[in-house]
Design a protein around this ligand. Structure first.
Ligand code: ATP
Length: 199
């Protein structure tokens, strides 16, 4: 499994559609300061479901949309598509090539798709979580992030280890199940109240 390509359109400084084709092995992106190297890495995190504007070095999520320059008007939406080579079947899906896409409009909300089929953020998170990639997998180490890891509390460190060990997916499922149980409990109490009133 490896990242085959990344396409950005209207994402941060990439106003025009930009297609980056990658090969297996190491890829280096070089360029002058402010030319958009980190924006490429932000696009990777964003398409994999990043929800925190701060992690993307912005104040609000809308900041990922091209804000315009002296010679070019702002755009109304940002689009990123990530294509992963899955010939080794590392991703639990019956395709040898998987394209994950995310689109966001200025009025908020994101649309996601897997191989062109609209899906939920949860579907993308679950697809990626067993493979060791994904926005919460610490595969993207940003500038200054090593300091954060070194200064982490024991609880935070446990979180990193749990994520690396693949426990995260199950922890999230457990949390969802517990929330459903709570809602069910509340419904049951309500039904008991109503039954009591009817008697
Ligand atoms: P350095 O080498 O200094 O770390 P870099 O190559 O990593 O720089 P980036 O941080 O990726 O550069 O890009 C910064 C540039 O992206 C800035 O010029 C900034 O104005 C531009 N930029 C960021 N967000 C947007 C946006 N929403 N619209 C337009 N341009 C943006």
């Amino acid at each position: 499994m490896y990242v085959k390509s990344l396409t950005l359109k209207g994402f941060k400084s990439f106003a025009s559609a930009t297609h980056l084709r990658l090969e297996p092995g190491i890829t280096c992106i070089v360029g002058p300061n402010g030319s958009g190297k980190s924006n490429v890495v932000d696009a990777l995190a964003w398409v994999m479901g990043e929800q925190g504007a701060k992690s993307l070095r912005g104040g609000k999520m809308e900041d990922v949309i091209f804000a315009g320059t002296a010679g070019r008007a702002p755009l109304g939406r940002a689009e990123v598509a990530l294509t992963i080579d899955n010939t080794d079947g590392a991703l639990p899906i019956d395709y040898t090539e998987v394209t994950i896409a995310r689109t966001m409009f200025r009025n908020g909300g994101s649309d996601y798709s897997i191989n062109g089929t609209p899906c939920r953020l949860l579907d993308i998170q679950e697809l990626l979580s067993d493979s060791g990639i994904g926005r919460e997998m610490h595969v993207i180490v940003g500038q200054g992030q090593l300091d954060t890891v070194l200064r982490a509390t024991p609880e935070e460190r446990r979180g990193f280890i749990e994520e690396a060990a693949g426990v995260l997916k199950h922890r999230k499922r457990k949390e969802r199940a517990l929330r459903k149980l709570d809602a069910m409990e509340a419904n049951l109490t309500r039904v008991q109240d109503l039954t009591g009133e009817i008697r």
